[in-house]
Design a protein around this ligand. Structure first.
Ligand code: HSE
Length: 437
């Protein structure tokens, strides 16, 4: 059969990995795909780097439009990232009748609805396994492996940079700023780490998973996003003493009131496998009504792990291109006519259990005042811990774990607690998830 001709946009880390994996495993891949998958053209701003990686036998250009307009290219692999140029190139490739494989989660979370609509109209495929959790085949699992289920919730560690930072904070007892500097020195964190540490990258990936898990359009603009830059080392220590790990989780749940779509630091019981996912690794738990909770673990970034997902998409495209578009696996898991516009709940409407840390004068009656505020709002306490005041201080840290309540109820309780004269400063609040059923 005629080989599948691939045009590569960007031959940096992931592009280089894609080239290497396709070359090293070409026989194995062809045995699976039923034909050869060949990179026939590469666009990159750095032509010298492109030449070194490809060995000089592949057509190179520094104009990405040369690739998307090349009639010899069947599939465009977009690995340049960003929203503007990437969007233009992807839409142009679609217009030219080419299939697209992309690792660009930001592009899909923000412009995915437009891109998938254009692809459907043209009868081409946009494949995006590499956009979420790198090498973990989570898109495949959500879209195909779990298709018997009504998905109830998805929760994932889907940003390796922040998981590395949180792991270092816990293991070395360091603060966020110190670990970030070290992570940047080691190349784990970008010079501008905002997308990672503020939870935006995780929210992009969560948006995509929620869309295909629940059968709804991308709604990134409604995601609640809170990163780890304000997280204190002492809260990680106290959580550990109480039997919890702290992870930056992307959580999406289907409820009777709407869909929760939120990224924030989260306490998880240590006994859960996902609480023990450390370093730069990723993991996603998906709860289906039939299968129960399922866990997917692996490398969420890096050259070859991400290339593993890109190449798997190329194999899928190679097969699916021969099938009538109506019979293919739907790009968003559900038939496009069946996508439901489910309401995304604002954060004040979500339900969660909470970790609270407050600084209270160590004198009789203070704890009673605090617990009365919670009791008046029907917030039930699950556990409590008081730390001895440091030498020469008269205020102690009190840590309270609560049962589930609606967030706006907790907002009001926190405001009342902060107004008590025996409480100094702000109450630290972290959300907790059981992730058991
Ligand atoms: N910056 C991402 C992370 C990797 O730290 O997980 C690419 O999605």
């Amino acid at each position: 059969m005629k080989p599948l001709n691939v045009g590569l946009l960007g031959i940096g880390t992931v592009g280089g990995g894609t080239f290497t994996v396709l070359k090293r495993n070409q026989d194995e891949i062809a045995r699976r795909a039923g034909r050869a998958i060949n990179i026939v053209k590469v666009a990159d701003r750095d032509l010298e780097r492109a030449r070194q990686i490809t060995g000089g036998n592949i057509a190179l250009t520094d104009d990405a439009f040369d690739v998307v307009n090349d009639p010899n290219v069947d599939v465009v692999v977009e690995l340049i990232g960003g929203y503007t140029l990437a969007k233009e190139l992807v839409l142009k490739a679609i217009e030219n009748g080419k299939h697209v494989v992309t690792a660009n989660k930001a592009l899909l979370a923000v412009h995915g609805n437009e891109i998938f609509a254009a692809a459907e109209k043209k009868g081409v495929i946009v494949a995006y396994e590499a956009a979420v959790a790198g090498g973990i085949p989570i898109i495949k699992a959500l879209r195909e492996g779990l298709s018997a289920n009504r998905i109830e919730w998805i929760a994932g560690i889907i940003n390796g940079t922040t998981n590395f930072i949180l792991t270092e904070m816990r293991e070395k007892g360091l603060d966020f700023a110190d670990v970030l500097k070290e992570a940047q020195r080691l190349g784990y964190a970008e010079a501008d780490p905002t997308f990672d540490v503020e939870g935006i990258d995780a929210a992009h990936k969560l948006t995509i998973m929620a869309a295909i898990g629940f059968g709804m359009p991308m709604q990134f603009d409604k995601a609640y996003t809170e990163g780890i830059s304000n997280l204190q080392g002492e809260d990680i220590r106290y959580a550990e003493e109480l039997g919890y790990g702290v992870k930056l989780l992307g959580i999406s749940k289907r409820t009777d009131k709407g869909v929760e779509l939120r990224v924030h630091p989260t306490l998880i019981p240590e006994k859960r496998l996902i609480a023990n996912v450390n370093g730069a690794m990723n993991a996603v738990v998906v709860k289906g009504d039939a299968v129960g909770p399922t866990l997917y673990y692996g490398a969420g970034a890096g050259a070859e792990p991400t290339a593993s997902a890109v190449v798997a998409d190329l194999v899928d495209v190679s097969r699916a291109q021969l099938i009538d578009a109506a019979q293919r696996v739907p790009m968003l898991a559900f038939q496009s006519s069946e996508l439901a516009t489910l309401a995304i709940l604002p954060i004040r409407e979500i339900n969660s259990a909470y970790y609270l840390r407050l600084r209270a004068l160590d004198k009789p009656g203070v704890l009673a005042e605090v617990t009365k505020v919670l009791a008046d709002r029907a917030i039930s306490i699950d556990a409590m811990m008081q730390k001895e005041p440091a030498d020469g201080e008269d205020a102690a840290d009190i840590i309270i774990l609560t049962h589930i309540t609606i967030e706006k109820n907790m907002d009001a309780a926190i405001a009342e607690i902060e107004a008590l004269s025996a409480i100094s400063g702000k109450v630290t609040r972290l959300r907790m998830e059981e992730l058991g059923r």
